[in-house]
Design a protein around this ligand. Structure first.
Ligand code: FAD
Length: 321
């Protein structure tokens, strides 16, 4: 059995590599011996140096425009071809919707095993993940044809760079146009709602306890005085239309692992906890002292968030002057 591990690396046009790929390359070095990265789209070859520093010995790259809009089909088609030629045991993907799209299509083409929401890669034949709303941790044995496909959760592993250099193999991006299933017909961009919750070191999240969309401005204000802070939300707040879905934390939203998570007016339903319980420090503000969120909070404040948040913001603003 080969111990070749590949990482599907999402890259920006300037060669920046998404954090998920750097985490997975770092981890891949612990479980595999022949580490490769696959990078498609503008910036792919420019990303090779970074991918090499994080552990890729080979980078399969194409800067072609075909991967720019709706990358799922062309990326999966080319990856399928490459996997057939080089036989990786395992291909790791990040949790973004584009990466999931490629992984799902690749699985349909190969008929191999796909496991998603993975927390740890134990070996090329075993991954670890939480189930039943995070109440149990299980080891999943990977079997069936190669390559096995694994979608890893955000911030699963620390990153480690060295002076490694990758060999770059330029990939033929040719995809039969007639087989393309998805095409971009219109672009409607959701207005950015502040910093990205998956990247922020601090998240201040609001729930139904905030009562309306306008009160989220209190969270925007406090986020503005704490460096690298994003505003998140519970599903109740998103369903009410107070925040965009991109801010939703939890089972059907984002899984985050910030240094500090501040839950404001959030009860702590299991579906919310799944998304944030791995934060290093959890602070909860809730008017109900029996709210379940206090069971996992490192610091709990019982009281009216609509009074507490402006007061804390004022103190922080005074300090930063
Ligand atoms: P509530 O449960 O209504 O809690 C509001 C809290 O605010 C209460 O604890 C209350 O005491 C407090 N409060 C009220 N006023 C104040 C005040 N002035 N100051 C301070 N505190 C106050 N939920 C998610 O969040 N993310 C998900 O991804 C998600 N996925 C789901 C998937 C499925 C299949 C299902 C069935 C549910 C999912 N849910 C998810 C919903 C989840 O079960 C809860 O309904 C939701 O998390 C509740 O949101 P909340 O805590 O904001 O609201």
């Amino acid at each position: 059995m080969t111990s070749k591990v590949w990482v599907y690396a999402e890259v920006q046009a300037d060669g920046t590599v998404e954090e998920a790929a750097l985490e997975q390359l770092t981890k891949a070095r612990d479980v595999g011996t022949d580490i490769g990265a696959v990078a498609f789209g503008p910036g792919a070859t420019a990303a090779a140096a970074t991918l090499g520093r994080y552990g890729a010995r080979t980078v399969f790259a194409s800067d072609d425009q075909v991967f720019v809009d709706c990358p799922g089909w062309p990326a999966a088609t080319v990856l399928h071809r490459l996997a057939g030629e080089h036989d990786p045991a395992l291909i790791l993907f990040g949790p973004s919707s584009d990466a999931r799209d490629v992984a799902g299509r690749l699985q349909a083409m190969t008929g191999s095993t796909l496991v998603s929401n993975v927390d740890d890669v134990v070996s090329t034949e075993c991954v670890r993940m939480q189930v039943f709303g995070g109440t149990k941790v299980v080891d999943v044995a990977l079997s069936g044809p190669l390559p096995r496909i694994v979608i890893v959760r955000a911030k699963a592993f620390p990153t480690r760079a060295d002076d490694g250099v990758a060999r770059v193999i330029l990939v033929d991006p040719a995809v039969p146009e007639a087989t393309r299933r998805a095409r971009l017909v219109e672009r409607n961009e959701q207005p950015a709602a502040g910093a990205n919750v998956e990247e922020a070191r601090v998240i201040v999240s609001g729930g139904r306890g905030l009562r309306n969309a306008e009160n989220f401005e209190l969270l925007e204000r406090i986020a503005a005085v704490i460096p690298n802070t994003a505003v998140g939300a519970s599903r109740a707040a998103v369903d009410a239309g107070w925040r965009p879905f991109s801010a939703q934390i939890g089972q059907t939203g984002k899984i985050v692992r910030p240094d500090v998570y501040i839950a404001v007016g959030i009860s702590g339903a299991i579906q919310h906890l799944v998304g944030m319980k791995d934060a290093k420090v959890i602070i909860a503000i809730n008017s109900d002292r029996a709210a379940p969120i206090f069971e996992i909070a490192d610091l709990g404040i019982v009281g009216d968030a609509l009074r507490i948040i402006p007061e804390v913001t004022r103190l922080l603003e005074e300090r930063s002057e």
